[in-house]
Design a protein around this ligand. Structure first.
Ligand code: GDP
Length: 448
């Protein structure tokens, strides 16, 4: 990919009214722009200076701080200027306009980060983690994003890549200079090295799964007959009122979404319309939506009124849930049946006993939810990751598995290892195609 040489500018802070707002410029030979806009010509790099900002007629349009970063010691690796003015959309637009008059053009979404990546300041995983940090929905997600930004995830990938490169060199050297009599020793060695590689990448894959979950969250659908306490449970887990709780059956006609955070993982809880056979057109639409939500969920909570037990109506609802969707049977209203909060797991099916109204057993429920979506509760060292990374890593794993399965065929091993290596370099972006880069950076905001 060729590096665009234009000077680019954007308001880097959120639009709206605020104490301060930052305009950022990246490009080449920006000192001339500094002089024009601030009338200063002796700025020291990386030191903030208080200044007035001037328009084309040398009138003061704002005052604030200016910081000059000289290439390559900046975020993008180019010259960068930060103009910190007052956070008024009008003032920031005036500063922006002045920068455009001075030859800058408006930056495209993610163009600053893209330049940082192309100039080798950060890799692709780090660039993506900037966006993930900005959009983090929990403290743990923010911490995980920062870890990836600081290079934790990339370092793990580099370590495995190094292992892969060494093994590839070994296999290819053996292919080039076969020595018949020591072949079995070589094969045993390759097998050992492949096994080690499988272990390392398997560990990283597990951590990456946690990272993706932390980043994307998970969808939970709550299904159950009208009046079993779905809305009450949603409210209890969310700790605030989101759905109207009513004793009249069939009044929750639409899907209600609420976010709850359990151990840093964001869950979208979808309270479905009471799924039941009905002639009411409005209710039917709600039921269709509910069934659609079920298709896209990671977990289904099947709510049962413990004072009534499982009814034929519950059985009908259960028949509509895809068999592959993990489910948890939540027996609600144990305050009426006078039972204790508890969890029974039999034959891979979990039954949990709670009271949404009396807030009994909610801790147990939260832990079980985390477990069922695959989040390791003891893991507090999670770096953030994306589905893209996970998919690439799964492919790498399958190529390494293929190599292992064919450990006596050196040509095949060499080929599979080459594929696995490509998968991993795709993650950090060593040889990533322009198309993929375009797709990734276009999802950034302007100014990032
Ligand atoms: P939904 O139709 O499944 O969403 O059920 P709601 O959440 O609207 O609850 C129906 C009725 O059951 C309401 O009167 C709730 O107060 C009541 N309810 C919900 N959870 C409990 C519980 O744990 N114990 C008792 N005693 N009543 C509950």
């Amino acid at each position: 990919m060729t590096l665009n040489q234009d000077n680019i500018v954007a308001v880097a802070t959120a639009t709206g009214y605020a104490g301060i707002g930052v305009v950022r410029i990246s490009g080449h030979n920006l000192l001339e722009i500094v002089t024009q806009i601030s009338h200063k010509n002796n700025l020291k790099p990386r030191l903030a200076s208080y200044t007035d900002f001037y328009n084309i007629d040398n009138e003061v349009i704002d005052s604030g701080l200016i910081i000059y970063f000289s290439a390559p010691y900046s975020f993008t690796g180019e010259d960068v200027i930060e103009l910190q003015g007052h956070g008024s959309p009008i003032v920031l637009q005036m500063i922006l306009k002045r920068c455009l008059e001075l030859g800058c053009r408006i930056a495209q979404p993610g163009e600053f980060s893209r330049r940082a990546y192309l100039n080798g300041k950060i890799d692709l995983v780090q660039a993506e983690s900037i966006v993930d940090l900005i959009h983090a929905e929990s403290e743990m997600a923010a911490r995980g994003a920062l870890k990836s930004l600081k290079g934790t995830f990339s370092k793990h990938i580099d370590t495995i890549n190094q292992q892969l490169i060494n093994l590839r060199m070994f296999v290819e050297a053996t292919l080039d200079f076969p020595e018949e009599d020591i072949e079995f020793i070589v094969e045993a060695k390759i097998q050992d090295k492949l096994r080690l590689l499988q272990t390392s990448i398997g560990g990283l894959l597990a951590n990456t799964k946690q990272g993706v979950l932390l980043n994307n969250g998970a969808n939970i659908v709550i299904v159950g007959r009208p009046n079993v306490g779905k809305s009450s449970l949603l409210n209890a887990l969310a700790n605030e009122e989101v759905a109207i709780v009513t004793a009249v059956a069939g009044t929750t006609r639409d899907i209600v979404k609420e976010k709850i955070i359990i151990n840093g993982v964001v869950f979208n809880l979808i309270d479905t319309a009471g799924i039941r056979d009905t002639e009411d057109i409005v209710e039917k639409i709600g039921i269709e939506r509910a069934l659609h939500a079920v298709q896209n969920a990671e977990l289904c909570l099947v709510l049962i009124d413990d004072s009534i037990g499982i009814t034929p109506e519950d059985e009908l609802i259960l028949a509509k849930i895809p068999t592959e969707l993990p489910r948890l049977f939540v027996h609600n209203k144990i305050d009426i049946t006078n039972s204790n909060p508890r969890i029974d797991s039999n034959y891979g099916v979990s039954n949990i006993y709670i009271s949404a109204k009396q807030q009994l057993g909610l801790g147990l429920l939260r832990d079980e939810i985390l477990k069922l979506v695959g989040f390791d509760n003891s893991c507090n060292n999670v770096f953030i990751a994306r589905t893209r990374h996970l998919e690439a890593m799964k492919q790498a794993v399958s190529h390494i598995d293929n190599a292992f399965a064919n450990w006596h065929q050196l040509e095949l091993i060499a080929e599979e290892l080459r594929y696995a290596h490509n998968n991993l370099t795709d993650i950090t972006g060593e040889f990533t195609s322009d198309d993929l880069l375009g797709e990734i950076f276009s999802k950034f905001c302007i100014g990032k």
